[in-house]
Ligand binder design. Structure first.
Ligand SMILES: [Zn+2]
Length: 425
């Protein structure tokens, strides 16, 4: 992908991802994929010789968003028959299309927490396919019979995901060998399950999985390597959430049954919560899922709503993550409205989806806010996200997407309503 040249965006309102007040009448300039100017519009910007100028028409520009919890290889609407009958190549092409749709929905960076492999990550980096940049866990680790073990009581493996196998590890030694294998396979983040889950067939969200001691072992193992990697814990019941935080994970994924002790510990250690409300609050059609799954979803979505609202209001660090794959892809920014419903301000929800998410992924020096020097990932919208955040859930509301200085989606020519109003006003 070419990042050459300069693109200049004028007549925009800037929400820079830091949580500060918006800048009206702003200007954003990117050269060779990097932001070189973000601030008030300059009347005389003689040094700027853009190859492309876009009149923002008064639109609001925000940083490209993150979704820190997706499964790009999985789709909630696909049944077991699709998964079994798809050729591997066909499944890969469907994943590529989901990645493109995710980018079009305003997500320029994803963290795939199980499923996406090194080849797809590289295809994205090289521009062989168009989509968000990806940080990957490759696979998910749990004990036998835990959340990563999709073996049914009859010994057959449930075809839930388009991945070759998941990582089952029981002893400390198993865990270490698995982590080393995942690092060899290109993992940027280690995903462990400290509890069971809603979608797995033979365990419960409050069953325990990978232990506090094993997480500490993984942490020590990661420190043997010069490149920093994170640990993300799938953790739903209270005891497993506490084990994850005490063991030293970077993020608690889901966190549905978090209690006051867990909230205190997270505040103390700066642990991130990735509440995956898009999945948590979504109760599926009982006709389309197995009875065990429907019953678990109904019970656990109520638990999640109550406890996650308390954690959010207590000021725990939150990064946006949806669990797309378990809920629909390309509606990632619906998560912003869910966070606001549970008590977060729209501005804080935007920070959760930009600066905070970049921090969780160790990318805050490069991404997450609109500042000169950072990688030029941004989106532009006609609505005011601070008063109408729910609108961002519609991919059509995301009118412009720029990734590394390259325009990858542009509806501004076809949707000129707001531009015209502003210009004549
Ligand atoms: Zn997940």
């Amino acid at each position: 992908m070419s990042h050459g040249g300069t693109i200049r965006l004028t007549n925009v309102r800037i929400i820079d991802g830091t949580g500060g007040a918006p800048v009206d009448n702003g200007e954003v300039v990117a050269t060779n994929g990097r932001l070189t100017y973000v601030g008030p519009q300059r009347e005389d910007a003689a040094e700027v010789t853009p190859v492309r100028t876009v009149d923002g028409g008064g639109r609001t520009v925000l940083p490209g968003f993150f979704d820190t919890h997706v499964h790009a290889t999985t789709a909630v609407e696909e049944n077991a028959r699709d998964v079994v009958s798809d050729a591997g190549s066909y499944a890969t092409l469907k994943t590529a299309r989901r990645l493109r749709r995710t980018l079009d929905a305003g997500i320029t960076t994803i963290r795939d927490l199980g499923g996406l492999d090194h080849g797809m990550q590289r295809a994205l980096d090289d521009g062989l396919i168009t989509g968000p940049r990806a940080r990957i866990a490759v696979q998910v680790i749990s004990p036998t019979g835990g959340h990563a073990d999709l073996t049914l009581p009859n010994g057959k493996v449930m075809p839930l995901m388009n991945v070759p196998s998941l990582c089952v590890a029981d002893t400390d030694e198993d865990v270490l060998i698995t982590v080393r294998t995942l690092i060899r396979s290109g993992a940027d983040v280690i995903k462990v399950c400290t509890t069971g889950g809603v979608s797995s067939p033979t365990d419960q969200p409050d069953d325990l999985g990978i232990t506090e001691h094993q997480i500490a072992l993984i942490r020590a193992e990661l420190e043997r390597h010069s490149r920093p990697r994170q640990i993300a814990a799938h953790a739903q019941g209270t005891a497993g959430i506490l084990a994850a935080i005490r063991g030293g994970v970077d993020s608690v994924e889901h966190g549905y049954e978090i209690d006051d002790e867990g909230i205190e510990l997270m505040l103390d250690k700066g642990t991130f919560l990735v509440p995956t409300l898009s999945a948590a609050l979504r109760v599926p059609d009982p006709a389309l899922v197995p009875p065990y799954l429907y019953e678990k979803k109904v019970r656990w979505s109520e638990i999640a709503r109550e406890n996650l609202a308390r954690a959010i209001q207590a000021g725990v660090e939150v990064a946006l993550g949806t669990d797309a794959g378990v809920c629909p892809h390309a509606q990632n920014l619906l998560e912003l409205a869910h966070m606001v419903d549970l008590g977060m301000s729209p501005s804080d929800a935007i920070v959760a989806g930009t600066a905070n998410a970049a921090r969780l992924l160790g990318l805050a020096g490069e991404l997450g806010t609109l500042e000169a020097g950072k990688i030029a990932d941004l989106v532009a919208v006609s609505v005011d996200p601070l008063t109408d955040i729910a609108t961002l859930a519609d991919p059509d509301a995301i009118e412009l997407v720029v990734k590394e200085g390259v325009v990858v989606k542009d509806l501004t020519a076809t949707k000129t309503g707001m531009a015209t109003t502003r210009r004549t006003a």
